[in-house]
Unconditional design. Structure first.
Lengths: 122, 114
């Protein structure tokens, strides 16, 4: 079964840092681009960042550029999101999701993990 | 960036009746070289992650009931639920993947039972 499981969320103060992880199983992780998508409480979906299968290509939404860093470890079938200088507006459920691309991120997102909640508050 | 809009924001439909959700992109997501529309639809039930329903604007994902259908081309798209079931209560999102990796989603349409 194809599965993505996020972890690492929690409560953090403004200006703080947090590292999210996403463990993949049931497919050849190293063959796919991966993404982080977030959803603020009661709001819609916002794409955050993408990374190609070999980490050669990395992209960020303007809202997180310079503060968040996406990475992956294909040997560990894991995706990461290092979040620094966190703000209240970063409060959201963070999902990892596989897209259809390999060399470059591309296509629809499937599957999605269950998500991990990040709360930025003093 | 391509901006996605959806209408209506919410709708309530009687069980067994048709539900229609519209999605509009600020520029065409039709790729002329392959004549494919780079648009997907997702369903999100409360407390759950989004689930892929349709890609290429009209291709149903495996296992998705055939009461769900997608149509449209260029900038205007529609998701239709032909006969609403109780389990279809959810928020539905469209997403363009034309301007990857700058993926963008619509704001969502909430579907309830009347």
């Amino acid at each position: 079964e194809v599965q993505l499981v996020e972890s690492g969320g929690g409560l953090v103060k403004p200006g703080g840092s947090l590292r999210l992880s996403c463990a993949a199983s049931g497919f050849t992780f190293s063959s796919y681009s991966m993404n982080w998508v977030r959803q603020a409480p009661g709001k819609g979906l916002e794409w955050v960042s993408s990374i190609s299968s070999s980490s050669s290509y990395i992209y960020y939404a303007d809202s997180v550029k310079g503060r968040f860093t996406i990475s992956r470890d294909n040997a560990k079938n894991s995706l990461y999101l290092q979040m620094n200088s966190l703000r209240a507006e970063d409060t959201a459920v963070y999902y990892c999701a596989r897209d259809q691309g390999s060399v470059l991120p591309w296509g629809w997102f499937d599957p999605w993990g269950q998500g991990t909640l990040v709360t930025v508050s003093s | 960036d391509i901006v996605m809009t959806q209408s209506p924001d919410s709708l309530a439909v009687s069980l067994g009746e048709r539900a229609t959700i519209n999605c509009k992109s600020s520029q065409s997501v039709l790729y002329s070289s392959n004549n494919k529309n780079y648009l997907a639809w997702y369903q999100q039930k409360p407390g759950q992650p989004p689930k892929l329903l349709i890609y290429w604007a009209s291709t149903r994902e495996s296992g998705v009931p055939d009461r769900f259908s997608g149509s449209g081309s260029g900038t205007d798209f529609t998701l239709t639920i032909s006969s609403l079931q109780a389990e279809d209560v959810a928020v539905y999102y469209c997403q363009q993947y034309y301007s990857t990796p700058l993926f963008t989603f619509g704001p969502g349409t909430k579907v309830d039972i009347k």
